[in-house]
Design a protein around this ligand. Structure first.
Ligand code: XIL
Length: 394
């Protein structure tokens, strides 16, 4: 077993392969997933049939939710992509254009053109607009000039000033954003403690409270979200605990946070060559969702996709295995009526960030999204449709 690091954590891949692109532990893993997902029967979804005729947002709306997707400049220029967004989405989120690195590339020099085009598209098509993110608390995701800033003797004041200017100018510019990821990925996945950045070094953990207070002032009507990638996998135990501690503290300090964003970059993780005990994973996930909702937070699934490239043993039916896994995840998670939006991190495989986030296992092209690279609906789309249909009304 070796661990491969990507931007949202380390994941394990089996080291040995029998030369036919399969290995026995992986086969049992897949069998486990399929069995769990289908109650023993492998259901064969027919993309494009049944519920799939309706747009996904139409199905979500019946249940009091919204369905949407990430969109960024490159995708906006693709008419076929836009057609799918119009068909399936009621909300879009800017993939990159609203991130600090792009909106303020140099101190006090704002650049809103990229985001403006996305907002224009969403307005013209009657779509709601989400913003991600105001402060991404990772050194590699802060603007270079922030990382290199000399905060000098009055460091706290200066840091506060820079953050305030940034959040206010961005929120005031994008007034119609209905939901903001105010702070992204503040918690370290391995320790569960606050991630260290130049900003947290100066302001301490209270950086998070500060960001939300400024955001509430600048965007009084928007939903304010803390967004992170803790998952239902066993390997995410410390990450979940750290996020819960943060959410508790924010409640204690009466910080204006409305919802937890669960990124939902899902994928079965392999531990010791076998699938993590999914019964335990389900139980842990429920406990986590109980704790989050028990504190009064709403939930947004902000970046749904599935990492599927190690399912090579069953290559022909890999899409179905991935779809069953998505369905199982959504069935459990959407059973919580506090989940309001489900947002896919893109619609079409060829644009997925996972194409480049980490090396593809055994060179297998990833197929993480509802539509393949020829814009054809895949079983994942059908799984999302069926999960929306099965979800309780909220
Ligand atoms: C990703 C984008 O999709 C990529 O285009 C970019 O290069 C890096 O960021 N978690 C998040 C998202 O919060 O903002 C990330 O988006 C994916 C992981």
């Amino acid at each position: 077993m070796k661990f491969v690091a990507n931007t949202y954590g380390a994941f394990a891949v089996p080291e040995k392969n029998n030369g036919r692109g399969e290995n026995s532990s992986r086969r049992s893993v897949i069998a486990g997933i399929v069995c769990c997902a289908t109650g023993g029967k492998l259901s064969r979804a027919q993309p494009g049939t049944g519920e799939s005729f309706q747009g996904l947002d139409q199905l979500a709306r019946v249940k009091g939710m919204k369905f949407g997707s990430e969109i960024r400049g490159e995708e906006l220029r693709d008419q076929q992509y836009c057609r799918l967004v119009r068909k399936d989405c009621g909300i879009v989120v800017a993939g990159n254009e609203l991130k600090w690195q792009l909106t303020e590339p140099r101190p006090n020099v704002m650049s809103f053109e990229g985001g403006n085009s996305l907002l224009d598209f969403s307005d013209k098509n009657g779509l709601k607009f989400r913003g991600t993110n105001l402060v991404w608390n990772r050194p590699e995701n802060l603007p270079k000039w922030v990382n290199e800033f000399d905060f000098g003797r009055n460091s706290g004041r200066l840091a506060e000033k820079i953050i305030t200017r940034h959040i206010i100018s961005e929120c005031k510019h994008y007034k119609s954003v209905i939901s903001w990821d105010v702070v992204n990925e503040a918690i370290d996945q391995d320790s569960g403690a606050m991630r260290e950045t130049v900003l947290s070094k100066v302001l301490g953990d209270e950086l998070v409270e500060l960001c939300f207070q400024i955001a509430r002032h600048a965007a009084p009507d928007a939903e304010l979200v803390y967004n992170d990638y803790m998952s239902w996998n066993l390997s995410s135990t410390k990450h979940r605990a750290g996020v819960l501690r943060l959410l508790e503290r924010l409640r204690k300090h009466s910080t204006p946070v409305d919802a937890l964003g669960i990124q939902s970059h899902i994928g079965p993780r392999l531990a010791d060559g076998v699938l993590g005990n999914s019964v335990q994973e389900d139980r842990d996930w429920r406990r986590f969702l109980d704790d989050v909702t028990g504190m009064g937070y709403r939930i947004v699934l902000t970046e749904l996709d599935i990492r599927d490239d190690y399912l090579t043993a069953m290559f022909e039916s890999r899409d179905q295995v991935a779809a069953d896994y998505v369905k199982r995840y959504l069935d459990l998670t959407l059973s919580y009526k506090q989940v309001k939006h489900v947002i896919s991190w893109g619609m079409v495989d060829k644009y997925s960030w996972l194409k480049t986030a980490a090396p593809e296992h055994l060179g297998q092209a990833r197929r993480p999204l509802p539509y393949d690279s020829s814009y054809q609906a895949k079983p994942i789309r059908d799984a999302i449709a069926r999960a929306l249909v099965a979800a309780p009304v909220r």
